[in-house]
Design a protein around this ligand. Structure first.
Ligand SMILES: Nc1ncnc2c1ncn2[C@@H]1O[C@H](COP(=O)(O)OP(=O)(O)OP(=O)(O)O)[C@@H](O)[C@H]1O
Length: 257
């Protein structure tokens, strides 16, 4: 499905990063990252394995501390807030992990209820049921309500993982390699779902991937992470309209034979 034009509010920056640096021992992974994520935008961070994409997401969510630079998420400075404030902030951020991280011993319903029961203690049974129904419907899997994760395909598990993230109505979604390990048709379905989530839930998202089809289908903007910095940022076409030998092989590998 072709990506519908997103409604992006360029006056509202939900993530603002300036001069971000992070090293492990003497290995400088991130060497000066600047980034603005606008409200309603899907931003894809593309980079090779080990380029620092996951480190970037962990810094944004406060799971890692930067060596230098500033990170503002939903108006809060992640470096200086307390652990308690960080916990509250994290509820406003949805993480979709590579392995979906469902609880194997719980039905789909219980998996989806879990974050609600833990974080929204005042909800009634009816409200919980209704929230579960809404997110299951959003990912097109209403029929799986009473199934166990083991009975689902990899693509379905991925969808349920996304539904479970959506149930807390996050303002920001962080997708870590959403199409990793999926067949090409399922990849297309997940890409479409990411776009549907953007439209329906008005989320702002960072999608980290090395899958160019995913980047092209979901990204309003692409940021290319190479040697610890964003070497190119722009539309898919702008980023790949280059003779840069560090960038061209990405495109050639995916789109030429
Ligand atoms: N906690 C840590 N301690 C030490 N080194 C780390 C730590 N986390 C990440 N690194 C190193 O930082 C580099 C970037 O890792 P990162 O996981 O961000 O890569 P990535 O771009 O997400 O790769 P992939 O696409 O394979 O998931 C790697 O060399 C990794 O070994």
């Amino acid at each position: 499905m072709k990506k519908a034009k997103a409604k992006i509010d360029y006056n509202n920056t939900v993530i603002k990063i300036r001069g971000l640096e992070k090293s492990f021992e003497d290995y400088a992974v991130l060497r000066g990252i600047d980034l603005d994520l606008y409200q309603g935008e899907n931003l894809v961070v593309l980079g090779r394995s080990g380029s620092g994409k996951s480190v970037l997401i962990k810094l944004v969510s406060g799971l890692l501390k930067p060596d230098k630079g500033s990170i503002e998420v939903l108006g809060q400075d992640v470096r200086s807030i307390t652990e308690k404030e960080l916990q509250v902030l994290r509820i406003r951020i949805g993480f979709s992990f590579q392995n979906s991280a469902l609880y194997d011993s719980m039905t789909v319903r219980k998996n989806l209820e879990f974050p609600l029961v833990r974080n929204r203690k005042h909800l009634t049974r009816k409200e919980i049921d209704s929230a579960v129904e809404t997110v299951l419907d959003a990912v097109g899997l209403s029929q799986t309500l009473n199934q166990m994760p083991a009975e689902l395909s990899g693509g379905q598990r991925k969808r349920i993982g996304i539904a479970r993230t959506l149930i807390l109505n996050p303002e920001i979604m962080l997708y870590d390699e959403p199409t990793a390990g999926l067949d090409p048709i399922t990849c297309i379905e997940i890409n479409d779902l990411i776009n549907e989530v953007q439209q329906r839930f008005k989320t702002s998202s960072i999608i980290i991937t090395h899958d160019l089809t995913c980047a092209k289908s979901t990204g309003d903007r692409i940021a290319m992470l190479i040697d610890g910095q964003f070497q190119r940022v722009g539309s898919f076409e702008e980023v790949f309209d280059t003779t840069d030998e560090r960038i061209k092989p990405f495109y050639d590998y995916n789109f030429t034979d």
